[in-house]
Design a binder for this molecule. Structure first.
Ligand code: MG
Length: 282
């Protein structure tokens, strides 16, 4: 197995998003990140079964994501209203659920828990901002007891806002899951520059591509197959090398209504990343 930049895909422990394990095996990838496990799946027995299945095909889990009922990615204002730990009316319940998902990740022997935290308020002097900082500290402290790290998915805010937020939370086990396409989809900044800014915090990454909206930040950009968008993957991998990132390259491509196309596009992405990785090494 490649020790630097092992390629990965998304999978699920249940009937969720991502690819099935037989597809992951066919794709020949050594790692997966997991989509949020449903409540019924979060048992010690399911964790043991899943780990047995993965061991048979020599795949390891690198991060478990947490998502919540009621989240919608329909458009940017809806994301701001519904996603993550920022909406105050669901914050306490979602914090509790995130900790349950982290406990399940621990049963899977996974020390990275990913989450879309939501749109962090840009006004650092506001009560909302202080509340979300305190919530994140509380989560990090619980995860630290289990030897786990919280990985915030990028996208909803510019890199400098996120950088300030990470500093204000001030916990060693708070990190970034960098998604270059989200920077473009949400219209919050050039991904390569953002990666340089956030460099030291980046402990997992997504490989996903997108084209800019003609109204960045107002309407979505468009997600496209890896290599067909505006990310510039050769520059992305060069920058990952520059910041000293050696972790997995997890391909994210969700088109669940078209599983055959999804598989073909992920296979092409695996090939492209394998080629770029080899070129950088030589
Ligand atoms: Mg992502």
């Amino acid at each position: 197995m490649e020790t630097i930049w092992p390629i990965g895909v998304f999978a699920s422990v249940d009937a969720g998003l991502g690819v099935r394990l037989d597809v992951a095996r066919e794709l020949g990838v050594p790692t997966v990140q997991l989509h949020s496990p449903h409540k019924e799946s979060r048992t010690a027995q399911r964790a043991a079964e899943f780990l047995t299945q993965l061991a048979e095909i020599d795949i390891r889990i690198t991060c478990v994501f947490a998502g919540f009922e009621g989240e919608s990615y329909a458009d940017i204002p809806t994301v701001a209203r519904t996603v993550g730990l920022v909406p105050p009316e669901t914050r306490a319940a979602r914090t509790a659920e995130l900790l349950e998902i982290a406990a399940f990740a621990k049963q899977l022997a996974v020390d990275a828990v990913g989450v879309h935290i939501g749109f962090v308020p840009h006004d650092a002097a506001s009560a909302d901002y202080a509340a979300i900082v305190a919530t994140t500290q509380q989560i990090c402290d619980c995860l630290a007891d289990a030897g786990q790290t919280l990985h915030l998915e990028t996208g909803q805010e510019p890199a400098d806002v996120l950088l300030k937020f990470l500093g204000d939370v001030g916990r060693d086990n708070l990190a970034i899951n960098f998604d270059p396409a989200n920077m473009i989809l949400y219209g919050v900044g050039e991904p390569i520059e953002a990666l340089k800014t956030l460099g030291k915090y980046v402990r997992s990454v997504h490989c996903k591509d997108a084209k800019w909206s003609d109204q960045p930040g107002v309407t979505w950009g468009t997600e496209v197959p890896l290599g067909a968008g505006d990310v510039n993957f050769p520059a992305y991998l060069r920058t990952l090398a520059e910041i000293g990132y050696t972790g997995p390259l997890t391909i994210e491509r969700e088109i669940p209504q078209e599983p055959e196309r999804q598989k073909a596009e992920i296979a092409a992405a695996v090939e492209l990343l394998t080629t770029l990785r080899a070129e950088l090494k030589s």
